[in-house]
Design a protein. Structure first.
Length: 166
């Protein structure tokens, strides 16, 4: 369902007129710049989600691999050992993070629909859109782990839409 919502968000942003106002979000973002739609902010787990995403995106922005590892499932950091991660994120800066929806997933997991902007050297951008600025629309699966909630980005293949920044 959230993948359909992500597609709807993409269509809505593609057809929004230049005079159209952006969706309202909470007015007090934390230091990472993460904002929540009113719907997402009303979810009982929004503070846990905020903490995880804030830690995750700050780790990427400040090149803190060991901190990043605490935000993802072990399979992800085994797939991206330190040297590979540092190469892949060497020029990445993520910003304008908006959580649109938080929904229950399988078991105790959560599905989080969010958008964000990444700027990077075009050589470090996604292969399908090698630009200095990319707008992401993703559904992340968050799972409970012994050390707390973690991102499991392998749970939803095909859950990412990318577009050029406007």
């Amino acid at each position: 369902m959230l993948v359909g919502v992500a597609g709807g968000l993409l269509a809505r942003s593609a057809y929004r007129t230049s005079a159209g106002a952006p969706e309202q979000t909470s007015s007090t973002p934390p230091s990472s710049g993460i904002t929540f739609s009113p719907d997402a902010a009303a979810h009982p787990d929004h503070e846990r989600v905020r903490w995880l995403l804030e830690t995750h995106f700050n780790a990427i922005n400040f090149r803190q691999y060991d901190t990043w590892k605490t935000t993802v499932v072990p399979e992800k950091w085994q797939e991206l050992p330190r040297d590979k991660w540092m190469r892949e994120y060497r020029t990445t800066r993520d910003s304008d993070i908006v959580v649109h929806r938080i929904e229950p997933g399988d078991g105790n997991s959560l599905q989080v629909l969010l958008t964000f902007t990444s700027t990077q050297d075009p050589a470090d951008a996604p292969a399908e859109l090698p630009l200095a600025c990319v707008r992401w629309q993703v559904v992340y699966s968050l799972v409970d782990a012994p050390a707390g909630i973690r991102l499991d980005t392998s749970k939803l293949p095909g859950n990412t839409l990318v577009s050029r920044c406007e």
